[in-house]
Design a protein around this ligand. Structure first.
Ligand code: G3I
Length: 348
């Protein structure tokens, strides 16, 4: 076995996110890697509402069209990310021409128009949509987003209904991070039950896999896989990466930008990742892939959030200019040692 897609054939799709610059165009080495390793792709940024509808009624499908054409040309399972998300939504979405907050009715119409235009454009081509992204907080309460504040929790079911109407065959997902936390797990279970009790289609839960070297525990992540699958939906591991960098434990703000010592503390591995960290990192990836394989009957896709370490958003968050090592391929496009082990486990 020489690739991830071979390793998991017949088990689950293995995907990657492609960034806004649509890396295959400017980067033949990345193009080769993407084609040889992955059989599913998702656009990291270019299908967010801010990019697709920067002004009301003025759609910009240029990057999204290229992404879809690339996926089709390479026979990949295409994921759309994301229809309704509080972040990266254009500011006009929530305001009228006087700059005041729109009414519930207007916001619902805008949701309907956006979802209908986007989903119908790629009907039958994009196979699954992250319909709603990140609507629940760590403690399980609703995120007080504009969507929630103006419409109420009903915005979730409306989004799923609009998406289903635009492409009845598309799979529809709810996607969120830190899904191993008990609060979020329980609320997502409630959400699935609620949608199902109303006859609204939900196909899978996307568990974003933004992990670190010590969070979350594999067992907590597993509990969530089991809890979601028990509700009769598939589970997808979306947005996987494992940061090796320390998390800031104080308020990041202007003072940080100018604080050299803090920057150094937050970016300790500019010259390379120390061996001990590398070992923990490799074990972490392996442990999680073993977990996914254990539950391959419940999991339909695992997607990593970028191709090489150089592409990862982790290098720019929570401040730009960090050097992270979060993905499976290094900055020279080489598979990290753990990839060979993943091949072996995947195909055994
Ligand atoms: O394209 C502009 C560029 O022209 C400009 O010079 C530069 C200066 O800041 O910004 C560039 O846009 C950035 C974009 O990524 C492309 O690199 C945005 O500022 C930046 O906010 C954006 O970050 C993305 C983030 O979502 C916010 O949309 C990350 O790439 C992307 O990895 C991240 O992905 C999210 C998922 O969608 C949802 N789950 C969490 C995940 C990680 O935050």
């Amino acid at each position: 076995v020489e690739s991830l897609k071979q390793a998991f054939e017949g088990k689950f799709y293995i995907g990657t996110a492609l960034n806004l610059n649509q890396i295959w165009e400017r980067d033949p080495a990345a193009d080769k890697l993407i084609k040889s390793q992955f059989n599913s792709i998702v656009a990291e940024n270019s299908m967010k509402s801010m990019h697709l509808q920067p002004q009301e009624g003025k759609f910009n499908f240029k990057d999204a069209d290229k992404f879809v054409a690339y996926g089709e040309a390479n026979n990949m399972f295409l994921i759309g990310h994301t229809l309704i998300w509080h972040s990266q939504a254009p500011s006009w979405f929530f305001k009228n021409e006087k700059g005041e907050e729109v009414s519930k009715e207007v916001l619902i119409e805008r949701m309907r128009n956006h979802i209908t235009a986007v989903v119908s454009r790629y009907k039958g081509r994009i196979k699954g949509w992250d319909v709603v992204n990140e609507a629940i907080l760590d403690d399980g309460s609703w995120r007080k987003s504009k969507f929630y504040n103006i419409i109420g929790e009903e915005f979730i079911e409306l989004a799923f209904k609009f998406a289903h109407a635009a492409d009845p065959d598309a799979e529809l997902y709810y996607n969120d991070y830190s899904m191993a936390l008990e609060g979020r797990r329980n609320s997502v279970v409630k959400m699935i039950k609620n949608l199902k009790s109303k006859g609204i289609k939900i196909s899978a839960i996307g568990m974003q896999g933004h992990l670190s070297l010590d969070f979350p525990k594999v067992e907590e992540f597993e509990k969530s896989i089991l809890a979601f699958a028990a509700e009769g939906v598939k589970v997808m591991i979306t947005e996987m990466d494992i940061t090796v960098l320390p998390m800031p434990n104080r308020n990041i703000g202007a003072q940080v930008e100018s604080n050299f010592a803090y920057k150094k503390e937050m970016n300790p591995y500019e010259d390379g990742l120390p061996k001990d960290k590398q070992t923990i990192f490799e074990k972490r990836y392996l442990d999680f892939f073993k977990l996914f394989l254990k539950h391959e009957d419940k999991i339909s896709r695992v997607t990593v959030w970028g191709v090489t370490d150089a592409d990862s958003w982790r290098n720019n968050w929570p401040m730009p200019g960090r050097t992270d090592y979060a993905l499976l391929f290094d900055r020279q496009y080489n598979a990290k040692p753990v990839v060979k082990q993943i091949y072996r486990f995947g195909s055994s």
